[in-house]
Design a protein around this ligand. Structure first.
Ligand SMILES: [Zn+2]
Length: 310
């Protein structure tokens, strides 16, 4: 077993693929956090416990997905130095459901709500970037067991978003095509593909930041706000497959989902997006803190093999 250093083309950061370290670390307790009291604010019937509804799906009848303002925002309109908007996407009326439990039609509905919120927030001239993510389980930073995601829209471009966009633009200038297109072409020829169709490809990326990381990318570049219904339906199918495979192939339940978006209002082929499913097995330790680069104990080629056969 050796350690291989790979460069993540999207950040320029090194990733250390180190299968020899498998089994080390991972000491923090996993699983959903304990609710702070018996009454869950995200369960149907308790709508008065949250802020007002911003968006919902479907439009009529019982809600399946509901978006509210975050009661404990990181950024908010009145925050001096950190103005912005912070929303919670309640993903299901079912308290115990997780990604792998939600069917494809439900996930497609959820993704259409994401698209509508990203489009609405990006249209606000005071917003510079939109972060969309999901924390599941304590290792992923979740404080609420009911399935939900979050959208933080900031009035500045956060460093990670700025770095990724600058690298993507430099690649486009140098090679005449989007970085996402170059990377996807290579991934589709390689051993890490999980599934691919005319709309979406899912794969374990060459330089992951977590073991069993799965990435979902559109076959044609473009803004997430402009993604078509068929593209979102395909993304829902890929996400469902990957979540179920991950559940079958590993004991890892805690994860983050991160939707990688360029700064707000970037459109066309400069606006490539992708979605990352990041299983969380343990904490970032001293090497990661000191070096700012990740040590990954499962090679993505091996992860893809396991997930494909799950
Ligand atoms: Zn609940």
């Amino acid at each position: 077993m050796t350690t291989e250093r790979r460069i993540d083309p999207f950040t320029g950061r090194s990733v250390l693929v180190a299968p020899g370290r498998f089994g080390l670390g991972g000491v923090r307790p996993a699983g959903p956090p304990e609710p702070s009291d018996a009454r869950c604010p995200f369960c149907p019937g308790n709508e008065a416990d949250t802020e007002a509804t911003i968006a919902r799906w479907p439009d009529e009848g019982a809600w399946q997905v509901r978006v509210v303002a975050n009661r404990y925002p990181v950024v908010a309109p009145g925050y001096e130095g950190a103005p912005g908007r912070h929303e919670v996407v309640i993903e299901s009326p079912l308290h115990e459901a997780d990604l792998a439990d939600l069917d494809e039609a439900h996930l497609a509905g959820l993704l259409r709500v994401w698209r509508a919120r990203v489009a609405a927030l990006e249209a606000d001239p005071s917003i510079a970037a939109v972060l969309l993510f999901r924390n599941r389980g304590r290792r992923a930073g979740s404080s609420q067991p009911h399935p939900h995601g979050q959208i933080a829209a900031t009035s500045w471009v956060p460093a990670e978003v700025a770095l990724r966009f600058a690298r993507a633009e430099a690649h486009r200038a140098a090679h005449g095509e989007p970085l996402a297109v170059s990377v996807l072409r290579e991934e589709l020829e390689g051993p890490r593909v999980l599934r691919s169709d005319t709309e979406i490809a899912s794969f374990c990326p060459y330089a992951p930041s977590r073991p069993f990381e799965v990435r979902f990318a559109p076959r044609a570049p473009g803004a997430f706000a402009d993604a078509s219904d068929p593209a979102l339906a395909a993304l829902a199918a890929h996400l469902s497959t990957a979540a179920r495979a991950l559940r079958a192939a590993t004991s890892v339940r805690d994860h983050n989902l991160v939707l990688r978006l360029p700064p707000a209002r970037v459109r066309g082929e400069a606006a490539s997006w992708h979605l990352e499913l990041l299983p969380r097995t343990g904490g970032d330790a001293g090497y990661e803190l000191a070096g700012g680069e990740m040590v990954v104990v499962v090679a993505p080629e091996r992860a893809a093999e396991r997930l494909r056969s799950a």
